[in-house]
Ligand binder design. Structure first.
Ligand code: NDP
Length: 279
């Protein structure tokens, strides 16, 4: 058996077309969705991510502003900038690119963004609302995973979803979204014992560990759906947390890296920004 590949690039392109027409409709009503991105310092990976977010905004007609601050910026200066954007009526979404320099508390920054403009879905109010199943901004990567599963008609209700990884931005919220969809959810992390025995029980296995090819065919039940969130660079090439070649022989569905979850993440950021503008 060779797994059906879940093509995130094609799905993202389709979704962005739909979002583009939503932006056109909003503009006809005199509303241009606006996203502000704050980049502190010049971390190369962050710079690449920020540029691709801006480019994606331009492509669908979202107004985007990039605020670049030096690595020496104090927490107070960054919070003041966020206050300014919270009060700017042309800006509907605010994103602070992480990680931040060590003199700045990430949590303080996340909590300063107005929940109404929290398009990353990291504010404790957004997280809490997601947890109790209220409408809110969903964090972009977990939201992208959910949309990919839904678009591929993968049934989630009643299935056993195993999430490997428990970070606040991927692992925890993706498991919560699966629970909201009525899955039975198990989380694994660095202190999990008998990892293989647990991952082998998964109908849907979601991997967000940050280690190249960490999950191989021996961890996967025949016919499972495998979602690889990882992005690792090995010898200059991108690869996921899943050993693609071996797992594609046992899984029923598999996301490639690159071209899987990655393109969906930015797409959901665009969707959240449009949602913020509508509200
Ligand atoms: P973190 O480093 O924050 O979290 C990694 C998680 O993996 C932790 O919960 C950790 O456990 C767990 N882990 C580490 N080692 C093991 C192990 N040996 N066995 C089981 N679990 C383990 O990473 P992120 O969640 O931020 O990101 C994960 C991956 O996803 C990265 O490759 C990142 O680049 C990628 N990513 C991709 C995105 C996309 O758009 N596609 C967006 C965001 C991230 P513990 O909590 O115990 O330490």
């Amino acid at each position: 058996m060779s797994a059906v590949l879940l093509d995130g690039k094609a799905l993202a392109a389709k979704k962005r077309d739909e979002l583009k027409s939503e932006v056109t409709k909003l503009k006809e009503r005199g509303i241009t969705p606006g996203l502000a991105v704050i980049l502190v310092g010049n971390d190369p990976a962050s710079t690449v991510y920020v540029r691709s977010k801006q480019k994606a905004c331009e492509q669908i007609g979202i107004y985007s502003v990039l605020k670049e601050l030096p690595a020496s910026t104090s927490e107070e200066e960054l919070l003041t900038e966020i206050d300014r954007l919270n009060n700017d009526p042309t800006i509907h979404g605010i994103l602070v690119q992480l990680p931040l320099p060590e003199q700045i508390s990430e949590q303080a920054v996340i909590e300063r963004i107005s929940p109404a403009k929290d398009v990353d879905g990291f504010h404790p109010i957004s997280v809490g609302r997601m947890m109790i199943g209220e409408d809110t901004f969903l964090p972009c990567t977990p939201f992208g995973v959910l949309v990919m599963l839904q678009e591929a008609n993968v049934e989630i209700a009643g299935k056993h979803v195993v999430v490997v990884g428990r970070s606040n931005i991927v692992g925890k919220p993706v498991g919560q979204l699966m629970l909201n969809e009525h899955a039975t959810v198990t989380y694994c992390h660095s202190r999990t014992k008998y990892l293989t025995e647990i991952t082998k029980q998964a109908d849907i296995l979601i991997v967000a560990v940050g280690r190249a090819r960490f999950i191989d065919a021996s961890h996967v039940k025949e016919g499972a759906v495998v979602i690889d969130v990882g992005i690792n660079r090995v010898d200059g090439k991108l690869c996921g947390d899943v050993d693609f070649e071996s797992v594609r022989e046992v899984a029923s569905h598999l996301t490639p890296v690159p071209g899987g979850v990655g393109p969906m993440t930015i797409t959901m950021l665009l969707a959240n920004t449009i949602q913020a503008a509508k509200e």
